[in-house]
Write a protein of this length. Structure first.
Ligand SMILES: C[S@@+](CC[C@H](N)C(=O)[O-])C[C@H]1O[C@@H](n2cnc3c(N)ncnc32)[C@H](O)[C@@H]1O
Length: 243
């Protein structure tokens, strides 16, 4: 065999460790089919962690649970400025209630956006309508809170973002889908400032990741506050530029 062909074949050959690992995975899934989804998910987590290393200069601190990441994010809040929160994707209000209980201060303006009728299209094997809260807003009594019911593409424009220019912003993305997440980013990103905080609940998934890769990361600079196996918290260090 000519030398070049021999070298090319060697380059194409899988390393022994990969052959063994893949072979074990194939046999385990054949014997226990219910493990297939878990292995696929583990692969997604591995690719998410690799993406973090490629995207940030700093090591991203890992948290077991998103509540621990939220706690860490709350330590980056500036007590000398009011807090302006945009929560995209509320469902039954778990995150809203958790954050509002954690935030003891009164100078918080919280805006929660959701259709409250669930996902407008299928996502990650879930059907459209998943997370349907029956059109009802969560029963959370808190004077700091305003609900915006409907498609975020319509309702975000009802909020006077410019009026909150002096506040620190906390933006929580959990719409799951690319289209509304991208539209929310387009509308709000020109208003972001150094020190504002961003949270992506499903940064592991292709939809939110696409917004991060195509829109968020190329337009500004961010310091990672931390991640879970699914989510990512960032602090704006250089606000997104218009172009
Ligand atoms: C995963 S759930 C949110 C869960 C919530 N953040 C929590 O932690 O409990 C996703 C939500 O996004 C909402 N959603 C998806 N697309 C939307 C859109 N275009 N406009 C408004 N809400 C939308 C769905 O109605 C659903 O309630």
């Amino acid at each position: 065999m000519p030398k070049e062909e021999h070298e090319m074949r060697n380059a194409l050959e899988m390393p022994q460790s990969a052959i063994v690992l893949h072979g074990i995975a194939a046999r385990v899934v054949r014997r226990i089919p219910s493990l297939a989804d878990k292995l696929v998910n583990a692969g997604d987590v591995a690719s998410f962690v690799r993406w973090q290393s490629a995207s940030f200069d700093e090591t991203v601190k890992l948290f077991w649970k998103r509540e621990e990441l939220w706690q860490q994010m709350s330590s980056h809040l500036d007590p000398t400025r009011p807090l302006f929160v945009l929560e995209f994707g509320v469902a039954w209000g778990y995150a809203t209630e958790h954050w509002l209980t954690m935030l003891k201060r009164a100078d918080v303006e919280w805006h929660g956006f959701d259709r409250f009728t669930g996902l407008p299209r299928g996502w990650r094997g879930l059907p459209d309508g998943e997370f349907d809260a029956g059109g009802q807003t969560p029963a959370i009594e808190d004077s700091r809170l305003t609900w915006h019911v409907g498609d975020v593409e319509d309702t975000l424009r009802d909020v006077d973002l410019a009026a909150a220019a002096d506040a620190q912003w906390l933006v929580l993305f959990d719409l799951d889908l690319y289209e509304p997440t991208a539209e929310a980013w387009r509308v709000l990103s020109p208003m972001l400032k150094r020190g504002d905080l961003l949270y992506f609940d499903e940064a592991i998934d292709a939809d939110e990741r696409r917004v991060l890769d195509e829109m968020v990361l190329p337009s500004g600079r961010y310091s990672p506050i931390g991640a879970t196996s699914l989510a990512l918290g960032l602090k704006v260090t250089e606000p997104p530029s218009a172009d």
